[in-house]
Design a protein around this ligand. Structure first.
Ligand code: ARG
Length: 443
């Protein structure tokens, strides 16, 4: 007979190559704590229902707690012979307490066990991500409040479009991250559901009490359908989807940090502690953190695509393909947490070059729409006003001037509707702040 915990019907030992190929221990050992928490709750339930004795349950729980300590202190041996974290823990338990250990897996399968571990992991990570997002949003708001008067060009097509303030620009990111937070919180509702008790797929004939385990493990609900419980990885897909959308936002922010730190833009200088140098070019100060955030977004999208592809053709219920869910999930969870931890620090320590931003507005035609709206306020149809100001821009380009440099007489040549006040220009920082051009009411 095979020495495996499932070896009853096997007459041969498993081939070493199969053990290596099927093993997930290198990555699922991360779930040791969730696995032990789940097993303790399960043992307590079995004892409460009289399926195992209270003494056996106590022995099992004591053994599990000791195993947790062994793992945390690095005194636990991992081997591909034991497949996964569930087998490792059960095997070690039987080494410690003997045949009583064999009672723990009553009314349970690795299918509901691994589903439980994954639910617990995703719940925990979601809470961590939401906390990090809260902190990031707080940092962005604070920084934005410091820059309610910092005028800068707003862009469309990466061409200067209309003046905004840095504060307003930063708050755009604040609102994106707020939505990310909401999305993770919403996904949590569907993650907070307990699969334990589904067993392999069809539940058990034993008189178990899922409601009791649900309470012990702090889940809000229990899966209605046991086949759904062991087959479902929607909660992983949702986490990865939320993570991907979040990474889109962080990558866009990273892209702007990179652009703004170029000599060409020169709107920002990173703190030395949050920049890196070149091994050959002594002058270099590179925005590697932002570049890595931008790059890591690709990894997280890849994790989502892997998971969607793994799941899409699976018949009900559990299939071993689903073991492949872990690396994608762990990778995405760890990546987003790392990005959320470092990016606020990059922003908070950076210096924003207000003068350069203001100058970029002054030396542009970002005030053109303002002039068009000026004419609209004087009664001109907008399409006509657009054309008039378009001609003014063209004239200025030829004369190497900005609109604000045009004299009252020059303005009058374009439209009789221009009055003295227009000739004073709308280009100064104070003017922009006082004008309703920048929607100050929104700050
Ligand atoms: N290591 C497996 C996984 O992560 C655990 C479940 C194994 N179940 C099975 N019937 N072989 O999916």
């Amino acid at each position: 007979m095979s020495k495996k915990l499932w070896g009853g019907r096997f007459e041969k030992e498993t081939d070493a190559l199969v053990e290596k190929f099927t093993s997930s221990i290198d990555f699922d050992k991360k779930l040791y704590n969730q696995d032990i928490i789940g097993s303790i709750a399960h043992a307590r339930m079995l004892a409460k229902c009289g399926i195992i004795s209270k003494e056996d349950a106590a022995l099992i729980i004591k053994g599990l707690v000791e195993i947790k300590i062994e793992i945390e202190e690095g005194n636990f041996e991992f081997t591909s012979k034991l497949e996964d974290i569930h087998m490792h823990i059960e095997n070690r338990l039987s080494e410690k307490i003997g045949p009583v250990a064999g009672k723990l897996h009553t009314a349970r399968s690795r299918n509901d066990q691994v589903a439980l571990d994954m639910h617990l992991y995703v719940k925990e990570k979601t809470v961590q991500v939401v906390r990090l997002l809260e902190h990031f949003c707080g940092a962005l708001w604070k920084l934005a409040e410091k820059h309610v008067d910092t005028v800068m060009p707003g862009y469309t097509h990466l061409q200067k479009a209309q003046p905004v303030t840095l504060g307003y620009h930063l708050k755009a990111y604040y609102y994106m991250l707020e939505r990310d937070k909401e999305r993770f919180c919403d996904a949590l509702k569907r993650t907070d559901i307990m699969p334990l008790g589904a067993c392999a797929l069809a539940g058990t004939t034993l008189p178990t009490d899922k409601e009791y385990t649900r309470e012990l493990l702090g889940f809000s609900r229990i899966y209605e359908n046991t086949m759904d419980a062991v087959s479902d990885r929607d909660f992983v897909l949702e986490f990865l989807s939320c993570a991907s959308i979040l990474m889109v936002h962080l990558s866009r922010m990273a892209e702007e940090i990179i652009l703004w730190n170029t000599d060409e833009f020169n709107y920002m200088e990173l703190d030395d502690a949050f920049a890196t140098g070149s091994s050959i070019m002594p002058q270099k100060k590179n925005p590697d953190i932002a570049e890595l955030v931008r790059g890591k977004s690709g990894r997280v999208f890849g994790d989502l695509i892997s998971m969607l592809t793994i799941m899409k053709g699976l018949p009900l219920a559990y299939n071993r393909d689903m073991q492949e869910d872990k690396e994608a999930l762990f990778d995405a969870a760890e990546t987003i947490c790392a990005c959320l931890e470092i990016l606020p620090k990059v922003l908070l320590t950076a210096k924003f070059k207000k003068e350069n931003m203001a100058e970029a507005v002054e030396n542009s035609f970002a005030d053109a729409t303002y002039y068009a709206e000026y004419l609209v306020k004087k009664g001109m149809p907008f399409r006509k006003a657009h054309e008039v100001v378009g001609k003014m821009v063209s004239y200025c380009i030829k004369k190497d001037k900005k609109i604000k440099d045009l004299s009252f007489l020059e303005l009058k040549n374009f439209s009789e509707l221009f009055a003295e006040d227009a000739a004073r220009g709308f280009g100064s920082t104070e003017k922009y702040n006082k004008s309703n051009y920048i929607p100050t009411s929104h700050f």
